[in-house]
Design a protein around this ligand. Structure first.
Ligand code: FRU
Length: 500
């Protein structure tokens, strides 16, 4: 059998940059990890800055997650790859930093990419970024590279880069060519990449390879034609429930009444990929998550064949109040994806259920005005509700309530809108702190699932047809939950504490 990336073609030395990053994290992690001001069941860095999930994959029966990582500061810097693994997608074990920018083709950072298990090896494909003149972005170059590892240590391929700017299609911008997502189909490897034309029209490109080292350009998966942003980052493409699904993170999409309020948004497209021409025949495009903090999602297939998505639970260009503790940003809870009709459903991975404790259930509770319920409070919880609005026009849930702070989830029946409001949350986050999402009732009912961690609220409506994810940095003593309606509402509610 043909060897994929032979050992003798891998760099053997561990670089000083990588040793330094590993030692730095080891020296800092205990002082930071012991703080109670951390999320409990969302992955976050041991110290420093994190952005996109990378290399989300199964390797030797365990889940691996890498991420864009700058350990030395609470802001973005030349990107390393942080690394964790897990048996159940919930409890993550920290591993040494996997890659540091230590080669000439990546002096500006090892940018986003993906991973695959091949012949017992763990293959990473990522973008090498150089920015020789920070004053002038036109000197930026991005190329695609390989590294091969054993689940802990990764060695870069001697003949990197494997996809060079020369292999871009005509009329490409040379400065934006990144975030390879690889997969294998019928014995051939494929890769989608985010890019744009020399006139700032965003593109997703498809490449093909027999051995991961030699790649051929297949064609354009899609192009924005100046109508849907100037750059499409972090594309991912997979087959699910009879559909090809393209997800991506576009920049510069025109804001609509409800959609694309974050400067960098995320969408899923349903349709059909022609593997010969690369053309993606699209029939649906929708925003993945309407919350304030959700970006750069990436998927993998679980050990039992489910499609799982994880995203950065943060949006760009925001201040991050945990910087005072030496770490910033978290990942979302991994979510199971399913396609039903024109909708991509998202639901927290079922593995989280085993961390549920202290079950509380209230059946057919009537809310008319203000109501609190015995045992329904707290900060680390999983809560499921089915709400029959009857004649009511407004139904509100206030969470993280206390210390003069509250965060409000409101359903307005006439507008058919579910909103999330952290303006009174004491969050200290500057800018717009409010989002709305269109949600229709089903038989007069709204079903909601709410996952709350120290600093986040993830909301899933109508069994995961709609999702809304946001960070909230309220006082840790703000633990109250209150329900408010303008008319009689009947609700069944279940709540669990989440304890890892
Ligand atoms: C998305 C992104 C990617 C890039 C990485 C750099 O958030 O801009 O396109 O690879 O972050 O950290």
């Amino acid at each position: 059998m043909r060897m994929v990336v032979p050992n003798e073609q891998l760099l053997q030395q561990t670089s000083d940059e990588l040793k330094k990053a590993r030692e730095y994290v080891a020296s800092k992690k205990d002082e930071i990890i012991s703080l109670k001001e951390r999320n409990r069941f969302h992955h976050m860095p041991e110290v420093g800055w994190m952005n996109d999930p990378n290399g989300f994959s199964v390797y030797q029966g365990e889940y691996h997650l890498f991420y864009q990582y700058f350990p030395y500061d609470v802001k973005w810097g030349p990107m390393h790859w942080g690394h964790v693994k897990s048996r159940d997608l919930i409890k993550w074990e920290y591993l040494p930093v996997a890659m540091a920018p230590d080669q000439s083709y990546e002096t500006g950072g090892c940018f986003s990419g993906s991973a695959l298990e091949v012949d017992g090896k763990h293959i990473l494909m990522y973008t090498g970024h150089t920015n020789p003149n920070p004053e002038d972005e036109s000197f930026v170059r991005q190329v695609q590279c390989l590294a091969v590892g054993d689940g802990i240590n990764y060695q870069k391929y001697q003949h990197n880069p494997v996809i060079k700017t020369e292999q871009m299609p005509e009329r490409s911008s040379l400065t934006d060519f990144r975030d390879p997502k690889i997969w294998k189909k019928d014995g051939t490897y494929y890769c989608v990449l985010g890019s744009k034309s020399d006139e700032n029209s965003a593109r997703v490109l498809l490449y093909r390879s027999e051995n991961l080292m030699d790649w051929t350009y297949v064609g354009l998966v899609g192009e924005s034609n100046h109508e849907f942003g100037y750059m499409w980052e972090c594309p991912d493409l997979f087959h699910l429930d009879g559909e090809d699904v393209l997800i991506m993170s576009p920049q510069g999409v025109p804001v609509e009444e409800f959609r694309h309020k974050n400067t960098n948004t995320t969408v899923y497209c349903l349709g059909h990929l022609n593997y010969e021409t690369a053309h993606f025949e699209r029939r649906v495009m929708e925003e993945i998550d309407y919350g304030l903090d959700f970006y750069a999602p990436q998927t993998t297939e679980s050990l039992d064949g489910r499609r799982i998505m994880i995203a950065w639970m943060q949006s760009w260009h925001q201040n991050m109040p945990t910087d005072q503790y030496g770490w910033v940003t978290s990942m979302t809870i991994p979510r199971e994806l399913t396609i039903k009709g024109d909708v991509m459903y998202q639901w927290p991975v079922r593995e989280i259920n085993k961390y549920r404790t202290g079950h509380i259930r209230h059946d057919s509770v009537i809310v008319n005005g203000h109501k609190t319920l015995a045992g329904i409070e707290g900060r680390h919880l999983d809560m499921e509700m089915v709400i029959d609005l009857k004649q009511a026009k407004r139904f509100e849930i206030k969470v993280m309530k206390g210390q003069g702070q509250e965060t409000t989830i409101l359903y307005e029946k006439d507008r058919e809108v579910l909103s999330f409001d952290r303006r009174q949350s004491g969050s200290g986050i500057e800018g717009l702190n409010y989002r709305e999402m269109p949600v229709s009732l089903i038989d007069g009912k709204l079903s909601l699932r709410l996952l709350m961690d120290t600093y986040s609220v993830e909301l899933f409506a109508q069994n995961g047809a709609h999702a809304m994810t946001s960070t909230v940095y309220s006082s840790l003593d703000a633990q109250g939950i209150e329900f408010i309606s303008d008319e009689e509402v009947e609700m069944t509610i279940e709540k669990w504490e989440l304890n890892l």
